[in-house]
Design a protein around this ligand. Structure first.
Ligand SMILES: [Ca+2]
Ligand SMILES: [Ca+2]
Length: 142
């Protein structure tokens, strides 16, 4: 059985077919990560593509993949890899708008777009450092 599948089965304790925030929290703690409850809440929001408040297997698998491939595991880093959906190493305008919306950052699309453009998302894209710095700054608003 694949790693993600093993973890999913083990931590879906109520067998609901999805991992709730508390189940994701226990799972990531068992992997030795130091995420807080708040961090987990942010991560679940970002990966919860179908917006049912929990991670089903496909959503969880993406998260596992990132956790396994990232060398520096932080919320900022996990969010960067999730946001970069075309995997070209930078965040473009649409990727930026999508991740901010999934994090429920209360800002209209137009503002998010202008903000992304100010950060250069329409030119070279927003790089890892700029993005993680921004997330650190706005974490309190999530
Ligand atoms: Ca979900
Ligand atoms: Ca990208």
């Amino acid at each position: 059985m694949e790693f993600a599948e093993q973890m999913f089965k083990k931590f879906d304790q109520d067998k609901s077919g999805a991992l709730q925030i508390n189940e994701v929290y226990k799972c990531l703690q068992s992997l030795g990560t130091k995420f807080s409850q708040k961090d987990i809440q942010i991560i679940v929001q970002a990966f919860d593509d179908n917006k049912n408040g929990a991670l089903d297997f496909n959503e969880f698998e993406q998260l596992c993949y990132i956790l396994q491939s990232a060398d520096n595991i932080s919320v900022e880093c996990v969010l960067f890899y999730k946001a970069d959906s075309d995997k070209n190493g930078t965040i473009d305008v649409n990727e930026f708008i999508n991740i901010m919306k999934s994090l429920k950052v209360a800002m209209p699309d137009e503002k998010l777009k202008n903000f992304a453009i100010q950060m250069g998302a329409d030119k070279d894209g927003i790089g890892f450092e700029k993005f993680t710095h921004l997330i650190t700054k706005i974490k309190g608003l999530m």
